[in-house]
Design a binder for this molecule. Structure first.
Ligand SMILES: [Zn+2]
Length: 146
């Protein structure tokens, strides 16, 4: 999926744009989806609707961002070395639209994978079971325009 900046800006909020397209980070504790899963469903990329995390992989880490222990399938994400801000971290991007999602850390020993996918709440959208991701994404974008 190759979109221009103008196209992205036409569908994303300024904050979503800054996170997904400029690898920004929402301040801790300010995003959505901070606690337990919103219910049975799937967290999808807010840029393109790509399914990323089933609600069964979400956990409350207290780190200030939504946390998941495993992506829905290995091809959902791409992994990159991020040496910005004086740290070496592992960045995750949406495999479909290349949008920045967050970073993955190996500091969740009580989770099945030991990993904490630390995801920006504004990079994802929750789609309840039984709903069409495209409808949820469309509604979200229309609500943003109001
Ligand atoms: Zn995407």
């Amino acid at each position: 999926m190759q979109w221009t900046d103008v196209q992205w800006k036409s569908v994303l909020t300024p904050l979503e744009y800054r996170i997904l397209r400029l690898a920004g980070t929402e301040p801790p504790g300010t995003g959505r989806y901070l606690d337990d899963p919103e219910g049975p469903g799937m967290y999808v990329c807010v840029g393109c609707g790509n399914p990323l995390y089933p609600s069964t992989t979400k956990f409350h880490s207290g780190c200030g961002w939504p946390s998941f222990f495993e992506e829905v399938e290995p091809n959902a994400l791409t992994i990159h070395r991020d040496a910005s801000h004086g740290m070496v971290r592992t960045e995750m991007r949406c495999a479909r639209c290349d949008g920045h999602l967050g970073h993955v850390f190996e500091d969740a020993p009580h989770q099945p994978t030991g990993k904490r996918h630390c995801v920006n709440g504004f990079a994802v959208l929750f789609v309840p079971d039984g709903s069409d991701p495209r409808d949820v994404l469309t509604e979200h974008r229309q609500a943003n325009r109001r």
